[in-house]
Design a protein around this ligand. Structure first.
Ligand code: ATP
Length: 299
């Protein structure tokens, strides 16, 4: 095989709690992650030597700082690959949006390289390796509905969430994940989201139980700093979302709808009102990979 094409799915956080700040500056989190069908596409090709990246995005640096580059270098070094790799990225996921765009590209690059070079690396091994690139990379390798603990790398796959339609809206601002975590008073969080209850609701297939527990503690930092996020959240609810929430550290807001038509109308309306730079309708995607040997990751 000389070429391989792979999709890199975005995620939303159905729930996000920060348990505490760790001595090394990282945060212990408890999150429910959900893949959505909004995706980037990576086209991988074998070359004689080196790592070459290209993209159709005019804002993304395609140098050594790109997470795809880091993923390709990690795979080449770990598996002693002699040949080179060329990767073209078709960017569709909003950048610096709270939808794990960079992490999912890195995850797809690792999986794609394993397949292109016939390495047959088990998913659990790719996940162990991927954490060196970013805390969300192991989840992006697994995909679907999952509970993420630790710094996000301890994963428990969950049954797929009930069918629904998700409207995403990213305002024209970029929010740095680092800024949000640095400004969070982790010890001062008064009321923590009921993540355990949400996991139970997912296991029981109850959308209502999920909706009533959708909370994200990072909103307490992002919304006061960028009020447009709160405005979009309110608008999403006003347009009929069963529930609206910020994803990750933001600024993307997503609304859950049970009817496709209502979701499409809300999307159209937010677009018309110029509240957001990127607005889209998407749906949840179930597990991307069989979780072989996952147990050790959750220990
Ligand atoms: P998360 O949800 O994990 O916080 P995010 O959606 O907020 O991620 P990304 O889109 O991953 O943020 O981008 C964060 C930064 O990472 C950007 O400023 C960008 O320059 C850098 N980056 C490196 N590689 C990529 C990539 N392949 N795609 C997007 N951003 C990348």
């Amino acid at each position: 095989m000389n070429e391989y094409q792979i999709k890199a799915y975005a995620k939303v956080n159905l729930g996000l709690d920060v348990v505490r700040r760790l001595p090394d500056g990282y945060h212990q989190v408890k999150m429910v992650m959900q893949s959505v069908d909004l995706c980037d596409e990576l086209l991988l090709e074998k070359t004689e030597s080196g790592i070459f990246l290209t993209t159709d995005s005019d804002v993304l640096p395609m140098d050594e700082n790109n997470l795809i580059y880091k993923a390709a270098r990690l795979m080449r070094e770990t598996y002693g690959l002699k040949e080179g790799i060329r990767i073209h990225l078709r960017k569709r996921i909003p950048i610096a949006a709270g939808m794990a765009g960079g992490s999912t590209d890195a995850a797809a690059a690792m999986k794609g390289i394993s397949r292109l070079f016939g390495l047959h690396v088990p998913v659990s091994r790719l996940m162990e390796l991927g954490v060196a690139i970013g805390a969300d990379v192991p989840y992006c390798i697994l995909g679907g509905t999952a509970l993420a603990e630790g710094i996000g790398e301890k994963l428990t796959p969950l049954t797929p969430m009930p069918d629904c339609f998700i409207v995403g809206a990213k305002p024209g601002i970029s929010v740095s994940t680092k800024y949000v975590y640095e400004h969070l008073d982790a010890e001062g969080i008064g009321r923590h989201p009921d993540i355990d209850g949400m996991v139970e609701a997912i296991r029981g297939g109850k959308l209502s139980g999920i909706l009533e527990r959708m909370e994200n503690v990072l909103e307490t930092v992002t919304i006061p700093a960028w009020p447009v996020v709160g405005i979009i959240k309110d608008r999403m609810s006003g347009l009929g979302a069963e529930k609206a929430l910020m994803s990750g550290s933001g600024p993307t807001v997503f609304g859950i709808f049970t009817e496709k038509e209502k979701a499409e109308t809300a999307c159209e309306q937010i677009r018309k009102e110029n509240l957001a730079e990127q607005v889209f309708v998407t749906t949840p995607v179930s597990i991307l990979e069989e979780p072989d040997g996952l147990v050790s990751l959750g220990d």
